[in-house]
Design a protein around this ligand. Structure first.
Ligand SMILES: NC(=O)c1ccc[n+]([C@@H]2O[C@H](COP(=O)([O-])OP(=O)(O)OC[C@H]3O[C@@H](n4cnc5c(N)ncnc54)[C@H](OP(=O)(O)O)[C@@H]3O)[C@@H](O)[C@H]2O)c1
Length: 341
């Protein structure tokens, strides 16, 4: 059996083109001293992969370039170990290359839960950077409180749907923004949100003003663009705008077309705050993980997953995030079975 990797063949410069990736084959690697070889079972496909593909060091979490494999968060099984903390057959989750088999630093992985306790799909949808972004963004950055009127954009997506449910679990009134009637139905019927705005049908600014007559207390933004101005012009005193993502700005052919936010000075008059973050809260990660564990145990977190079958389909699948055709956390099933070590 051979190894396969999706390497970056060229930087993404305009709208996303799956041909920026190239599939290469090489032998299955062996583990050098102190490292493990992991066989990838299930991969998380994320909007941030679109940003990393631009090969702009300001956008990359871990530097890599042309000829290197794309990096992502995955679940896999240890095939070979030359690290004391791991034995063959351990199931781990962490960040490594878009490869069927990769050499991984044990410091970059942690044990996954057993599949009998929670499916690997649910683990990547909740107990990952996605859940951490939703829970940490809402609580540590947004400082959500039960009296807040909360707006979430990208609310039918992987991160937004968790963020909205976390605010609901706090007792907040929560309105979500999503694209299309079926996604808005999902927000109202499945997530039990208090309102839904279909940004493809409605004028966002008018809709935000209508849903929040007393102003927005907390905006959890996954989309960027005009939604920020809609909130800036309708903030309650002390409003927090949490920048988790900017989906509307990731697939722009030319940086001069990026949306320019116009109403920032209004932050001053509302004693408001706008803050971005990445989903690594260092010593506070355990607080976030405990919240996710607690809400999951209580049945207060629903995570839809959208699983694409096959490693060979990964670059094409990434486009689903841009055209909104994913229904839940986008994942790729690479393998169901482990090969004998
Ligand atoms: N800060 C962090 O550490 C962190 C961690 C995880 C994720 N994120 C961010 O969270 C956001 C959501 O990521 P996700 O993985 O949960 O993906 P997702 O929401 O499951 O999927 C992406 C969704 O974005 C929406 N979208 C695409 N293009 C859009 C546009 N031009 N305008 C408005 N909406 C658009 C689509 O939904 P509609 O059909 O509703 O348009 C699509 O389904 C991303 O911006 C991502 O970068 C940040």
């Amino acid at each position: 059996m051979k190894n396969q990797s999706w390497i970056v063949d060229r930087a993404s410069t305009g709208t996303y083109d799956p041909r920026c990736f190239r599939l290469i084959e090489d032998p299955i690697p062996s583990a050098p001293d102190g490292k493990i070889v992991v066989q990838t079972l299930l991969m998380s496909l994320d909007p941030t992969n679109l940003n990393w593909l631009k090969l702009d060091p300001q956008l990359q979490a871990i530097p890599f370039g042309i000829g290197d494999p794309m990096i992502g968060v995955s679940i896999g099984v240890v095939l070979e170990s030359r690290a004391p903390a791991h034995t063959v057959g351990d199931v781990v989750t962490g960040m490594w290359g878009w490869r069927r088999f990769d050499v991984v630093d044990p410091l970059l992985v942690r044990p996954a839960k057993a599949a009998t306790e929670m499916s690997f799909e649910q683990q990547l949808a909740i107990f990952s950077h996605v859940g951490r972004a939703a829970a940490g963004g809402m609580t540590l950055i947004g400082e959500v409180k039960p009296t807040d009127a909360v707006l979430v954009s990208g609310a039918a997506g992987a991160t937004g749907s968790l963020a909205a449910q976390i605010a609901k679990a706090q007792g907040c009134r929560v309105v979500g923004i999503a694209g299309g009637p079926d996604k808005c139905e999902f927000l109202l019927d499945e997530l039990k949100l208090d309102g839904a705005i279909d940004y493809k049908q409605e004028n966002i600014r008018e809709a935000v003003h209508r849903h929040f007559p007393g102003g927005v207390d907390l905006f959890f933004d996954n989309v960027g663009g005009e939604g920020i101005d809609a909130v800036l012009t309708n903030m309650a005193i002390g409003c927090r705008i949490v920048l988790c993502g900017a989906m509307s700005q990731y697939d722009i052919s030319d940086n001069s077309h990026l949306y320019g936010v116009q109403n920032l000075p209004l932050l001053i008059f509302r004693s408001a705050r706008l803050q971005g973050f990445v989903a690594d809260f260092g010593p506070r990660n355990h607080v976030v993980d405990n919240l996710l564990e607690d809400l999951t145990q209580r049945g207060q977190l629903v995570a839809r997953t959208h699983v694409v079958d096959g490693f060979e389909n990964v670059p094409d699948a990434l486009a689903l995030l841009l055209n909104g055709k994913n229904r839940g956390k986008l994942l790729a099933q690479v393998s169901f079975e482990t090969i004998p070590g």
